[in-house]
Design a protein around this ligand. Structure first.
Ligand code: PLP
Length: 343
């Protein structure tokens, strides 16, 4: 067996069917023992709860090779925990965290030939997903579920460096106050599709969502949290007073690195859209891109230029990016347990 011979720099972010997936089914009140299987398809009832009432949640993380050819992933324990939170909010039986970690290890090891080579910039994206397979017609939680993890290799997020992006303030809302914005539910994405297609047509890379209640405070984009750097070079993280921001693992890791590795001051507080011109740098963070710098925000007729500009990442953002990716790659010593080796 050998690493697959793909054009790693150009595979993009699309589904490529790999050899194995992990599946466990929930029935009669418990999860079965689970197994690595080859079938990439799912056969279920036309009346499955997921198809009607969107009882579904997912996770996203990546595995990659280190310089010394170990296969690792980044803080998978936090994905396990977040999926438990998502499941509880959707009245789904949580998949135990220790079993989640073992399943990630098993499915990555089974597909090790699909883990891109060190230095290619490509990674193996890991997609855990959980959905209601049991029959439901009245609005109720189902009594049967499937937990599945599949993997697919993805190309480098940035080709030729991370260029600042231009985004717009959306007229739509991503998440209701005290709704499901703080969990990783597929339904949150369903309603962001119309606004993102529109935004792309208008030439914007992303939608910035404001708090749905007052349309005053910034929350996050469709799939990434926001970080800001003030004029003193300190980090400010928008906080939702209605708890409708998804707790990004990348953002929490950046906050830790900023405070404990780089010695910056870190403040988490509600941030008004009207305050944005006061900041020096802005970035979007998530597993896929780590950090995408934002250069410009269009709020209807009004264009807000971020001080760091449209040419390159701001200096503090760059430092955060380099430090976090350095920890992920094993070039910088990070906190205990952040880089998790696949046995
Ligand atoms: C997954 C996700 C993020 C990023 O979270 P990470 O754990 O950093 O990958 C941000 N916002 C939303 C809405 C998400 O679904």
């Amino acid at each position: 067996m050998a690493v697959k011979d793909l054009d790693w720099a150009n595979i993009g972010f699309t589904y490529i069917k790999t050899d194995y997936r992990y599946v466990s089914n929930y029935k009669n009140g418990s999860w079965d023992e689970g197994a690595i299987v080859t079938d990439a398809t799912i056969v279920m009832s036309e009346d499955a709860g997921v198809l009607h009432y969107a009882q579904e949640c997912f996770e996203g993380l990546k595995a990659y090779r280190t310089e010394d050819n170990r296969i690792v992933c980044f803080r998978p324990d936090l994905n396990a925990k977040r999926m438990v939170d998502s499941a509880n909010r959707l009245e789904m039986p949580p998949f135990p965290e220790d079993r989640f970690l073992k399943a990630v290890e098993e499915v990555v090891r089974a597909n090790e030939d699909w883990v891109p080579p060190y230095g290619s910039g490509a990674t193996l994206y890991i997609r855990p997903v959980m959905f209601a397979t049991g029959n439901v017609i009245g609005v109720n939680p189902a009594d049967e579920y499937q937990f599945r993890i599949f993997v697919t290799p993805v190309g480098p997020y940035f080709k030729g460096g991370a260029k600042p992006i231009s985004i717009k303030v959306s007229d739509y809302d991503r998440a209701a106050p005290h709704g499901t914005g703080n969990i990783k539910a597929g339904l949150n994405y369903a309603m962001s599709l119309y606004p993102i297609v529109k935004a792309h047509e208008e030439g914007f890379a992303e939608n910035l969502y404001l708090d749905a209640g007052s349309r005053t405070y910034i929350e996050e984009t469709g799939g990434a949290n926001v970080i800001l750097v003030d004029n003193d070079g300190n980090l400010v993280i928008p906080k939702s007073y209605t708890d409708s921001i998804l707790p990004s693992i990348t953002r929490r890791s950046i906050a830790y690195v900023a405070e404990h590795v780089l010695g910056l001051k870190v403040t988490e507080r509600p941030v008004k859209l009207s305050e944005i011109p006061d900041f020096a740098e802005m970035g979007l963070c998530g597993t896929a891109a780590v950090i995408s710098p934002v250069g410009k925000i269009t709020d209807h007729g009004n264009v807000i230029e971020i001080k760091s500009g449209m040419d390159e990442m701001g200096p503090v953002t760059k430092k955060l990016y380099d430090t976090l990716t350095g920890i992920q790659m094993g070039h910088i010593e990070g906190p205990e347990g952040w880089v998790h080796e696949i046995p």
